[in-house]
Design a protein around this ligand. Structure first.
Ligand code: CA
Length: 220
């Protein structure tokens, strides 16, 4: 899952990027509103964490313009502005949630998980598929009640496919959810992750759609 973090405070931005990556997210971090808006309009992003006080274009305007252009990506506002009016304005402008600075990282993680669940039409916190159970909150995966050890990016690929059961995910979409801007991607990295997942779980779990990408099919 790919998160766009928009925050002009260097310390906080760095802290958040470093904190979120081990949680199984790919995090791209931008420091001004104008770059952020461009990225939101051009790129595939699963969730936006948006500061309000930003250089060039403030966060509220970024949000309003993105919504006007039909962007439906979940937005979590992160701000020190704590009046009721600020919150109401943010939510009315199209934000999905609101977190006040200073905040606890554990709360941020929980809110991100809740927004992801909602965006994927899920009420349950776990994702179950046949004998497979994925727990996003602690990044664990169980097959027939036995825990399976996965590398970070293997987990991310599986999570992405399980959030989208029945849909073909293109190679590009999967690679974008695994690697941030400027990260080197080896051309066969995705194939290698898929190969390991099939071996550690079971071979028929992930189907290749030739020339397009991969799918976990719906149970019949
Ligand atoms: Ca700021």
């Amino acid at each position: 899952m790919r998160i766009l973090l928009v925050e002009d405070d260097l310390m906080l931005g760095q802290t958040l990027q470093r904190a979120l990556e081990p949680q199984g997210y790919t995090v791209d971090w931008l420091r001004d509103g104008s770059q952020a808006l461009q990225a939101i309009l051009d790129q595939h992003i699963d969730l936006i964490i948006l500061d309000l006080g930003l250089p060039k274009i403030d966060g509220m305007s970024v949000l309003k313009q993105a919504r006007l252009k039909g962007i439906q990506t979940p937005v979590l506002i992160l701000t020190a502005r704590d009046t009721t009016q600020d919150k109401v304005q943010g939510l009315d402008a199209g934000a999905d949630d609101y977190l006040l600075k200073p905040f606890d990282l554990a709360e941020l993680y929980a809110r991100i998980r809740a927004l992801t669940r909602r965006a994927n039409g899920r009420a349950e916190s776990q994702i179950c598929y046949g004998d497979l159970r994925l727990e996003p909150q602690n990044q664990r995966i169980f097959y027939q009640d036995k825990e399976i050890s996965l590398h970070r990016r293997e987990f991310m690929v599986l999570h992405e496919l399980l959030e989208n059961v029945g849909k073909v995910l293109t190679r590009q979409k999967l690679e974008q959810s695994l690697y941030g801007w400027g990260e080197d991607i080896e051309s066969n990295a995705l194939e290698v992750h898929i190969h390991h997942l099939r071996k550690k779980l079971y071979p028929e779990l992930i189907k290749t759609v030739r020339g397009i990408g991969y799918i976990i099919e719906k149970h019949k």
